[in-house]
Design a protein around this ligand. Structure first.
Ligand code: RIB
Length: 305
């Protein structure tokens, strides 16, 4: 039986406004649809993995407010183990303001709130659970020292740490050395490698630099172009699945959540990326973050088409 997947990361409430164009600095545009959805890169990845039948433990921090309570209720409905989600009585839950244009492109600003207080101490309190996991997935909406501590734990407990380095930030070399798999998008890959990623050749160059920093496997997600994978065994661009795009928000999160489920079930790297592509293709067809994450049946239906 597949082991539990641990996701460590953020939980936000997303205020989403759809409009024809994203406003330029100083510009006001008239939007045409507002929704409030559950989001946060960590939570999106945890929910995506759980909806695809992963047994997920989510470690996070929310505020003692209506958003935090709602998030925990929803995680439980998805079958996620929430016992290590702590409630911060002094800080509000994370909130993201998201604008989505007609082509599905977005612009996001996050008030981290309680996510910024998911510190090393919080993780130390959960240390025992890492022994029983093969894969731990995290991102960068929680403090870097917390992510670095997770990297240390991966050495101590011998689990594979998958880091989705979003939103883009510089990272200590010591952290990258302990990362098993890094899954940047093109912007994040450029920041971390210094190479502008726009095609297969530049993706290879960026991924090679990241591997030289000690990362075992690099997967650069390149939107509709697909995902560039560099490991000991392969250097290949695995094309994505052409689909109608409504909203790209959380497409990367869904990709990561699906990827870890497939790897945890024993799929090969290539199979896992193909599975994750299907999940992401489903997600971009629906407005919102967690609401767009597919069930296993959605992926199977996708496979038949
Ligand atoms: O990746 C999408 C997510 O980024 C949104 O759900 C938002 O909360 C921000 O964390």
């Amino acid at each position: 039986m597949a082991k539990k997947i641990i996701v460590v990361g953020s939980s936000n409430t997303d205020m989403v406004l759809k409009s024809s164009n994203l406003p330029l600095p100083g510009e006001t545009v008239i939007g045409h649809r507002f929704t409030m959805n559950s989001g946060g890169k960590g939570a999106n990845q945890a929910v995506a993995a759980a909806r695809l039948n992963g047994k997920v433990i989510f470690i996070a921090r929310v505020g003692n407010d209506v958003f935090g309570k709602q998030a925990i209720t929803e995680f439980k409905e998805h079958g996620i183990d929430t016992q290590f989600i702590t409630v911060d009585s002094n800080t509000a839950s994370g909130v993201a303001l998201i604008m989505v244009d007609e082509r599905g492109e977005n612009s996001i600003s996050v008030a981290l709130g309680a996510n910024a207080n998911l510190d090393v101490g919080a993780l130390k309190a959960t240390k025992g659970i890492f022994e029983a996991s093969n894969y731990v997935l995290t991102q960068l909406e929680t403090p870097i020292p917390t992510v670095s501590y997770l990297a240390e734990l991966s050495q101590e407990f011998n689990f594979r740490l998958i880091l989705n380095p979003a939103p883009a930030q510089h990272l200590p070399d010591a952290l990258l050395r302990s990362v098993y798999m890094l899954t940047p998008n093109t912007i994040e890959a450029e920041l971390l490698s210094g190479v502008k990623v726009h095609d297969e050749a530049s993706a290879y160059n960026a991924a090679k630099i990241l591997r030289q920093k000690g990362v075992n496997i690099v997967i650069i997600t390149m939107g509709e172009k697909g995902a560039y994978v560099l490991s000991n065994e392969m250097a290949v661009l695995i094309p994505g699945i052409p689909t109608k795009v409504v909203d790209t928000t959380a497409a990367g999160d869904t990709f990561n959540g699906a990827l870890v489920v497939a790897l945890n079930e024993g799929s090969s790297l290539k199979e896992a990326v193909l599975f994750a592509h299907k999940a992401a293709a489903h997600a971009v067809g629906i407005l919102g973050a967690q609401v767009s994450a597919p069930l296993r049946s959605d992926i199977e239906a996708y496979t038949k088409n």
